[in-house]
Design a protein around this ligand. Structure first.
Ligand code: HEC
Ligand code: HEC
Length: 203
């Protein structure tokens, strides 16, 4: 019941943003367009082959961030051969619709236990909170939600920002001073939030 109430609310909130931001997709059209993505993104615990890390959770992610991620793959600014191949045929409307569909999923608790030290990660997350929110559920549409994301995906993302394999001026700078322990602890903190991103369930 909470779920059925939250969904229209989330869509309304999304529509509210549409005037100012880019996100103006049709979630229902997005659901069918997401069928080709579901084989990886709608399977709980599904992993990328080499290197092995979980395919990121997309349910409840901000629409504007999803659009910017898809455009970065299309432009080759973000390198991942499989995702570049999956993003390349998407039209602007396809991307808008898929982003609107994904963004409307309500938050839930992440079901997986974490490996890193979430308590230490919380203390280290103070510098991240301005953009990602204190618990990784930040409200700024262009900054990704981190709460409930897979721990090993978060570690991979931070390691890539640090090495420059993933390019983003802000995040390259933020990741630079982090030790491997910091990365492990921060990933554990965000991954273990009681409210966060979910794996898409296609109905
Ligand atoms: C063969 C498996 C596979 C398929 C099919 C696939 N993806 Fe992905 N996707 C991945 C992996 C692996 C990553 C993480 C790549 C990386 O580290 O940059 C990813 C990352 C993403 C991201 C970035 C998430 C973030 O938090 O930054 C988005 C958005 C995305 N995929 C959307 C889609 C959409 C939309 C489709 C269908 C058109 C799709 N994916 C199809 C495997 C897949
Ligand atoms: C000034 C704003 C800002 C601050 C501060 C910041 N971030 Fe980010 N973060 C961003 C933006 C913008 C992106 C998206 C970049 C991109 O498109 O690759 C991002 C992306 C990420 C991602 C990738 C998420 C995904 O789904 O792929 C992770 C992980 C992350 N940040 C962690 C952190 C951590 C940990 C800190 C603190 C040490 C931090 N960020 C501080 C703005 C910020």
């Amino acid at each position: 019941m909470t779920r059925s109430l939250l969904r229209p609310l989330a869509i309304l909130m999304l529509c509210g943003l549409a005037g100012a931001a880019q996100a103006a997709g049709d979630p229902q059209a997005g659901q069918s367009k997401f069928a080709t993505c579901a084989g990886c993104h709608a399977i709980p615990g599904y992993t990328n082959a080499y290197p092995t890390y979980h395919v990121p959770r997309l349910g409840g992610q901000h629409a504007d961030y999803l659009l910017s991620a898809l455009k970065a793959y299309q432009a080759g600014q973000r390198q991942h051969p499989t995702m570049q191949a999956n993003a390349s045929p998407l039209s602007e409307q396809d991307q808008q619709d898929i982003a609107a569909y994904l963004a409307h999923f309500p938050s839930a608790a992440a079901p997986y236990p974490v490996q890193g030290n979430a308590v230490a990660g919380k203390a280290k997350s103070v510098t991240c909170a301005a953009c990602h929110g204190a618990d990784g559920n930040g409200a700024i549409p262009l900054y990704p939600r981190l709460a409930g994301q897979y721990e090993d995906y978060l570690r991979t993302a931070l390691t890539r920002y640090q090495s420059g394999a993933r390019q983003n001026a802000v995040m390259n700078g933020m990741a630079k001073p982090l030790s491997a322990q910091d990365i492990a602890d921060l990933a554990a903190y965000y991954a273990s939030q009681p409210k966060g991103l979910v794996t898409v369930q296609q109905e």
